[in-house]
Ligand binder design. Structure first.
Ligand code: GDP
Ligand code: IMO
Ligand code: MG
Length: 428
C-alpha cells in the first residue's frame, strides 16, 4: 500500500514540516526515522506557529498515528519538553505518539563531546547544532557505550550508566577537557533519566513491528525526513554533514519498512538555497542579495537561531539529490521570498579548473573550488503571498518554476508562497 516520503533536497530547512502537516490529512501514520532534536520543523496554522524537533509534524491531526522510529536519536528532556509545550497549547499528545524502544538515547556526555569534536576537523568547524547528535550516533555504531530507549526500562541500566560515565570521563579528559569541566555525576544522571523514562513510558513501544503491521495491512504511511540530502552522512558534503542518512536512502534503515513499500517521493526545495553551519556552498551570496533573501525569508535557524547562509538555486545539487532520493515530484517552497528581486540566477552547471563538470563532486575540496555557471531570468515584482491557484501566479514566476523543473528533471507538484497552511497550491 502507498507510502510517501518527504525529503529535503538541499541543506535542510526546506519547509518539510509545512508539507508534512498538509499531507498528513491523506495519511494514517506519520514517521520520523532519522536525526533528532537537531531538526526544527515549523508548522503555521490559523496564526499559530509550532516548532517541532522530534515529534512528527503530523501531530496536529489527532486521528493520525505519529511514530518516532528506531533510527532517531532521542534527547528525553527535549522530547518531554515538546510534549508539554504541545499539550499546553491544546494539541493532544497521547496514544497518537509512539517512540521506538530501539531509538538511541542522548546523554549529557554527548553534549560535551559534540562541543569538543565540532571544531576538530582540522580546518573549518562543522558548525553542528550542539545537540549531541553526532556523538550519540557514534556510540550507536561503536556499540560499547550506547544505550537505547528500551534499555532504560531494564535491569542493569543504572550499572551501565555508571560504567559509561567512568569510560567517558577518561575519553573527555583525553580530548582535552579539564577535570572540572567534566560535570558527569552517574548518580544524578541515573536519577534524572529514571524520571524521564517513567514520564516517557506511555509512548514507548516497538515501532518497527507497528510500522510493518501498518504497511502490510494497507495503512498509508508518510515518512518525514529531517535535514536535507546534502547533509547525508554517506552521500552529502562530508564531513560537513549530519550523522544520519538524511537523503531518501535512510527511510528504510531508520524505520524498518522496506523501500519496496514506498510509492511516492516528494522532494522539497526552497526556490533558492540556504545552509547553516560550515562547509562549501557554491551558490552562496555573501552580499546584499544574500542579506535580502535572509531578511525577507526570515532565514534564521529554527533550532539555534543562527543566521542561515543564503544563495541561488543550485540545479547541479538538486538534480543529484533528486536522483539519490528517487524523487518523483518537487515542492518548491518560499517562492514569495524571491518577489521584488529584478533578476534571478539559477546555477545550471559547475566548472572545475575552468572545465565543465557534469556531476556533483564527491569531495568537499572540489566542491569548494567549483565555479557556478549561472543562467539569469527576470524576476517578478508582484507580491504573491495571497495567491492560491497556480494559474494565478505571475507569468514570470511560472516561467521560473518551469525552468527549475526542466533543469532538475522533475515536475513541480506543490508551490508555497508563505508559511501558513493556506499559502500552498498544488499544480494539477
Ligand atoms: P524544515 O526544517 O524543513 O521543516 O523547515 P524550517 O521550519 O526549519 O524552515 C522553514 C521556514 O520557512 C519556517 O519558518 C516556515 O514557517 C517558513 N516557510 C515555509 N514555507 C514558506 C513559504 O512558502 N514562504 C515563506 N516566506 N516562509 C515559509
Ligand atoms: P531540519 O530537519 C539545517 C546541520 C548543522 C550542521 C550539520 C551537522 O530542520 O532541516 P548536527 O547537529 O546534525 O551534527 O550538525 O548539519 N543541520 C541542519 N541544518 N536543518 C536541519 O534540520 C539541520 N540539522 C542539522 O547546522 O551544519
Ligand atoms: Mg528546520
Amino acid at each position: 500500500m502507498p507510502a510517501t516520503c518527504v525529503i529535503g533536497l538541499q541543506w535542510g530547512d526546506e519547509a518539510k514540516g509545512k508539507i508534512v502537516d498538509i499531507l498528513t490529512e491523506r495519511h494514517d501514520v506519520v514517521v520520523r526515522y532519522q536525526g533528532g532534536a537537531n531538526a526544527g520543523h515549523t508548522v503555521v496554522m490559523g496564526g499559530q506557529t509550532y516548532k517541532l524537533s522530534l515529534i512528527p509534524s503530523g501531530i496536529f491531526r489527532p486521528e493520525v498515528q505519529c511514530v518516532v522510529a528506531a533510527g532517531v536519536v532521542i534527547n528525553p528532556a527535549s522530547l518531554l519538553q515538546e510534549i508539554e509545550t504541545l499539550t499546553s497549547r491544546g494539541v493532544a499528545v497521547g496514544k497518537n505518539l509512539m517512540v521506538s524502544t530501539r531509538a538511541h538515547v542522548i546523554f549529557p556526555w554527548h553534549f560535551e563531546e559534540d562541543r569538543m569534536l565540532n571544531d576538530s576537523t582540522g580546518g573549518e568547524a562543522i558548525g553542528t547544532t550542539l545537540r549531541g547528535i553526532g556523538p550519540c550516533y557514534r556510540d550507536k555504531v561503536g556499540r560499547s557505550h550506547a544505550i537505547r530507549l528500551g534499555d532504560m526500562y531494564r535491569e542493569g541500566f543504572a550499572t551501565r550508566v555508571e560504567q559509561i560515565v567512568a569510560a567517558k570521563r577518561k575519553i573527555l579528559k583525553g580530548m582535552g577537557c579539564t577535570e572540572d569541566s567534566i560535570q558527569l555525576d552517574a548518580a544524578k544522571i541515573n536519577e534524572q533519566y529514571r524520571d524521564y523514562a517513567e514520564r516517557l513510558r506511555p509512548y514507548v513501544g516497538d515501532t518497527t513491528i507497528y510500522l510493518l503491521d501498518a504497511v502490510e495491512s494497507g495503512k498509508k504511511l508518510l515518512f518525514e525526513g529531517a535535514q536535507g540530502a546534502l547533509l547525508d552522512i554517506d552521500h552529502g558534503t562530508f564531513p560537513f554533514v549530519t550523522s544520519s542518512n538524511s537523503s531518501g536512502v535512510g527511510v528504510s534503515s531508520g524505520s524498518g519498512v522496506p523501500g519496496r513499500h514506498v510509492t511516492k517521493v516528494l522532494g522539497i526545495v526552497k526556490a533558492y538555497c540556504t545552509r547553516v553551519g560550515g562547509g562549501p556552498f557554491p551558490t552562496e551570496q555573501d552580499n546584499p542579495i544574500g542579506q535580502h533573501i535572509r531578511e525577507k525569508g526570515n532565514e534564521y535557524g529554527t533550532v539555534t537561531r543562527r543566521p542561515r547562509r543564503c544563495g541561488w538555486f543550485d540545479v547541479v545539487a538538486a538534480r543529484y539529490t533528486s536522483r539519490l532520493s528517487g524523487v518523483d515530484t518537487l515542492a518548491v517552497m518560499l517562492l514569495d521570498v524571491l518577489s521584488e528581486l529584478p533578476e534571478l540566477q539559477i546555477c545550471i552547471g559547475y566548472t572545475l579548473d575552468g572545465k565543465p563538470i557534469k556531476d556533483f563532486p564527491d569531495h568537499v575540496d572540489d566542491l569548494r573550488r567549483v565555479a557556478p555557471v549561472y543562467e539569469s531570468m527576470p524576476g517578478w515584482q508582484e507580491e504573491i503571498t495571497h495567491i492560491r491557484r497556480y494559474g494565478d501566479l505571475p507569468q514570470k514566476a511560472r516561467d521560473y518554476l518551469d525552468r527549475l523543473s526542466a533543469l532538475v528533471g522533475r515536475p513541480v507538484e506543490v508551490v508555497s508562497v508563505g508559511p501558513d497552511r493556506q499559502q500552498t497550491m498544488f499544480k494539477s
